[in-house]
Design a protein around this ligand. Structure first.
Ligand code: A2P
Ligand code: MG
Ligand code: MG
Ligand code: MG
Length: 353
């Protein structure tokens, strides 16, 4: 058995199960949205997916630590919200009985659900096995009917070893071109992709299913022959990554393709399979610290697909110092052969500010 084979299987099945829940919420009008202290939205889908993933991890790897985005505090004060989430969680299982059994089956009670959610409170760090979970990455995209991702990664001694991204609204077809409008229609037809990477073992994609894992194929980034023909992925939210700086960088590189805007780590997945070429996250605020769960899986999947990922200073993303990427600013992800050229222009443009 190859290194991390069990961790990979559990992570993929856990993401698949959580995505069944998020898809149900995605198609409902009422998404149980509440506002967090930082004013960002969180939904019943985020809480439910986090509970299901952590239950699967605790069943299989009880000693491991977990860094997850959400916490149960808000649910302690709101019995209605709590019971809506519990209804969702207890009604969600994989359609394949043996796969469901591998994850440990259903959560037993509403209280257990809250306990699982709060197991995600690890401080992170440079020692031991730590999972990073973003149950719904791109919650604003999820609410808007656009792209979002269910994200899970395993770090060992501060280094990401396994990364899994479930992207329910990306086309199954790795060769499907990035569409200028990544908004999702009403049906799930032709959509739903599960991306994985294991350090030193490459990156894959497979259709996201509701039961056992589908068969996978290797993915790789497109080599950049002519940078002027490249296409960019960027955030939809101008508050997450500067659209103005991005446009200036594109211009200097001679890129005329309009950049494709989509939410979440679906951007990392899209460039990893060659559907796009370059992903830049250009700091808007001097104080915002990126969170490890927003990058751990995507960073590994892109690097395993033949890419290079650094921050705007050219440093590798450092997942070893806690819940945030406090040592890094922004993200520059590109095919390994073109990364230096892109980084140089990023620094030229940002250096002038
Ligand atoms: N001010 C901010 N700057 C950068 N990223 C942010 C900011 N606020 C929230 N985020 C996080 O950015 C990610 C989505 O950004 P994008 O889709 O633009 O790449 C999400 O993880 C979102 O959290 P969340 O997981 O709560 O959606
Ligand atoms: Mg959030
Ligand atoms: Mg996120
Ligand atoms: Mg999130």
């Amino acid at each position: 058995m190859s290194l991390y084979a069990k961790e990979l299987e559990i992570a993929q099945l856990a993401v698949q199960r959580a995505a069944i829940l998020t898809k149900r919420v995605f198609h409902e009008k009422a998404k149980g949205t509440v506002s967090k202290d930082d004013k960002s939205p969180v939904t019943i889908g985020d809480f439910g997916a986090q509970a299901l993933i952590i239950a699967a991890l605790k069943h299989n790897f009880p000693e491991d630590e977990i860094v997850a985005e959400e916490e149960a505090a808000q649910l302690q004060e709101d019995a209605n919200l709590r019971s809506t989430i519990w209804d969702l969680v207890k009604g969600t299982s994989l359609s394949d009985a043996s796969a469901e059994a591998v994850l440990g089956g259903a959560i037993k009670s509403e209280d257990d659900m809250l306990t699982f959610i709060d197991y995600g409170n690890s401080k992170g760090g440079a020692k031991g096995r730590i999972w990073a979970i973003d149950p719904i990455d791109g919650t604003k995209g999820f609410l808007r009917g656009g792209q979002y991702a269910v994200c899970l990664a395993l770090m060992v001694d501060g280094d990401v070893k396994v990364g899994v991204l479930g992207c329910p609204n990306l086309p199954i077809d790795d060769a499907a071109p990035l569409s200028g409008s990544m908004e999702s229609g009403q049906t799930d037809e032709g959509k739903g992709c599960l991306f994985s990477g294991v350090l030193g073992q490459g990156a894959t994609s497979r259709p996201l299913t509701t039961g056992a894992l589908a068969s996978s194929q290797k993915i790789s980034m497109k080599a950049i022959a002519d940078i002027a023909a490249a296409s960019f992925c960027e955030s939809v939210e101008a508050g997450h990554s500067s659209h103005g700086d991005q446009a200036e960088i594109a211009k200097k590189l001679g890129i005329t393709n309009p950049s494709v805007r989509m939410d979440s780590q679906a951007k990392y997945a899209s460039i990893a399979r060659g559907a796009g070429d370059i992903y830049l996250r250009l700091p808007v605020s001097a104080t915002y610290q990126e969170k490890i769960w927003d990058h751990a899986a995507g960073d590994l999947i892109v690097r395993e697909a033949g890419g290079a990922v650094t921050d705007i200073h050219g440093k590798r993303l450092d997942f070893s110092i806690g819940r945030t990427l406090a040592n890094n600013k922004g993200v520059v992800a590109a095919p390994a052969g073109g990364h230096a050229q892109v980084l140089a222009v990023v620094q030229e443009v940002l250096g002038n500010k």
